[in-house]
Design a binder for this molecule. Structure first.
Ligand code: ZN
Length: 319
């Protein structure tokens, strides 16, 4: 393998860390490891580094032949340095690490770091559902609601490097109770896996619903039972669909994209979700009519790995 242009990429998710060797928009080798939630970030990083080395070895390459590394993390990234801002109850110690110094010492390579969904939108923009576009909004529906934006072919970052990242916390109901984050009526508190079971159990019709006997209360069981005519599941699903549609419309109003890309496991039910959102926008979007494709992400777990290469090369244009 010609090794001198490889970028090492890693995408730190809630349950697994995906790893890849990426070159010219192609993942030439990949692996993954399970996340142990209590394991300190410095130990996770060491495991990532040694797995990259094993991947390189399998390709007949070494760290010395690589150009750099890109990390996608479920946090805010500092705009000017590869560091994480804030503690989010995951990957303990993540905010204490200087990832640039770590990369220099452990890998002998420069490291870039960004929010995981931001790397995913770059991947979809470069090689997936949004290739050829320059203004793209990506929304991720699932455990929470994530948002990331490409504008003029680059990440839209904002003055604190948080632009779009907290879009799931936009208020969609000012009469709702205070959300987990302190805001009122957050979208992601009204339509995400994290709160779905609590919301289901709070309903008067929960006891008579098949949801009460479901092994797990998640969007998969919700879609399945709503499809069978379960009124409680249908009501919860209707609420979630409305929230996803409102969030999509709000993001379109804020960022004026050429295309909206939707990601997340719930899009397995795209046949329900896409028509609902399109219909909502066609009825309620203020302003002049626009042609706006709303599509499903194409790259799955590969998006952030491929986006890591894009982000590294945009950050180090001379390398
Ligand atoms: Zn919130």
């Amino acid at each position: 393998m010609e090794g001198n242009a490889v970028i090492l990429t890693a995408d730190f998710g809630g349950t697994t860390i995906k790893l890849g060797l990426v070159r010219d928009g192609r993942i030439v080798a990949r692996t993954r490891l399970d996340v142990v939630p209590s394991r300190p970030m410095c130990d996770q990083l060491e495991e990532v580094a040694s797995l990259w080395e094993k991947l390189l070895e399998s390709e007949g390459a070494t760290l010395r032949g690589c150009t750099g590394a890109a990390l996608g993390l479920p946090f805010f990234a500092d705009r000017n340095a590869p560091r994480v801002r804030g503690e989010f109850g995951k990957f303990p110690g993540a905010a204490d690490i200087d990832y640039g110094a770590w990369g220099h010492q452990r890998l002998g390579l420069p490291v870039v770091l960004e929010n995981d969904l931001r790397l995913a939108v770059l991947g979809e923009w470069a090689a997936g559902a949004a290739r050829g576009r320059s203004e793209v909004v990506m929304l991720g529906f699932g455990t929470g609601i994530g948002c990331a934006v490409v504008s003029d072919g680059r990440l839209f970052r904002g003055s604190h490097n948080r632009a779009a990242t907290l879009f799931g916390h936009t208020t969609v109901s000012f009469e709702a109770p205070v959300s987990r984050c302190g805001n009122i009526g957050c979208a992601e508190d009204l339509a995400s896996t994290a709160t779905l079971e609590t919301r289901a159990r709070a309903r008067a019709d929960f006891a008579t619903s098949a949801l009460a006997r479901a092994e797990k209360i998640n969007f998969e069981s919700l879609f399945a039972l709503a499809g069978k005519g379960d009124a409680c599941a249908q009501a919860l699903l209707d609420e979630s669909l409305s929230v996803w549609a409102i969030v999509t419309q709000n993001a379109v109003l804020a960022y004026d994209p050429e295309m909206v890309v939707l990601g997340g496991g719930v899009l397995r039910s795209r046949d329900v979700i896409l028509p609902f959102i399109r219909e909502h926008l066609s009825r309620h979007m203020p302003g002049l009519p626009i042609e706006l494709p709303i599509v499903v992400a194409e790259l799955g777990d590969d998006a952030a790995l491929l986006g890591g290469e894009v982000f590294f090369r945009q950050s180090h244009p001379s390398s």
